[in-house]
Design a protein around this ligand. Structure first.
Ligand code: B16
Ligand code: MG
Length: 220
């Protein structure tokens, strides 16, 4: 019998933990320093997007178009300093509902697991919330050069796990991440809004109430 999937690749922010609120606080503070308001709606555009690309969106919202590369890097570093202050205070309680139960089930089924995240702070977050031990490998923003929707992050994960892309299942909350899964030739489970994640194989609102067997039957 054809066994599917042999590996699960998990995005981090918005799938396993909710760090978006800390990103938002730090970006909002930066915008305030630059003299404009950055709304929660604007912040939605930063989901799954790399740090420098997020800064470009923020500057566009503020109508700031005169900064050089050095100034931009300094602003991104400043925002990251504030963000790191927040994530260093994270606790295991901040793992999203149903996640631990789901990871335990997948691990128990002998399925390999990897992280595929754009964040360069992935290791700090995994350590703070205490879920790092579940994953056979961690592919993050420090290890890839192409941002989602490029498939690099997921293809690297599959390669490190020694599993063919078509035997991998991706869990993602961002449209760009679902697109990356499609580009990698992988099926995907979208976490969030079905109208935004319409390229995913299936969409669920979160892990609570979803067993591994249920997910397997929904994707096949
Ligand atoms: P950092 P994910 C992404 O994480 C976030 O969704 C996105 O908002 C953030 O800009 C990006 O990581 C980079 O994060 O500044 O920590 O390197 O969803 O890919 O796990
Ligand atoms: Mg995400």
């Amino acid at each position: 019998m054809d066994i599917f999937p042999l590996a699960c690749l998990f995005d981090l922010d918005g799938v396993l933990v909710d760090t978006a609120k800390y990103h938002y606080l730090a970006w909002k503070l930066l915008a305030k320093e630059l003299g404009f308001h950055f709304s929660e709606e604007d912040n939605e555009r930063l989901k799954g997007v790399s740090r420098m690309a997020s800064l470009e969106i923020l500057l566009e919202v503020g109508g700031i178009d005169h900064l050089g590369e050095k100034e931009k890097v300094a602003l991104a570093n400043k925002k990251n300093g504030w963000y790191v202050e927040s994530i260093l205070k994270m606790t295991p309680d901040e793992v999203l509902p149903g996640v631990i139960e789901f990871l335990l089930e997948v691990k128990g089924a002998g399925v390999k697991m990897a992280i595929g995240s754009a964040s360069k702070n992935t290791s700090t977050i995994l350590e703070r919330v205490g879920i790092g031990h579940f994953f056979d490998t961690v592919i993050d923003g420090n290890r890839v050069s192409q941002a989602k929707p490029d498939p690099e992050v997921f293809l690297t994960g599959a390669k490190e796990l020694g599993v063919l892309p078509n035997k991998c299942l991706v869990f993602e909350d961002a449209a760009a991440g679902i697109e990356a899964a499609v580009n990698a030739g992988m099926k995907s489970v979208g976490i969030g809004n079905p109208s935004i994640l319409n390229r995913a194989t299936i969409v669920i609102s979160g892990f609570q109430g979803f067993t591994w067997n249920k997910i397997q039957s929904l994707i096949s």
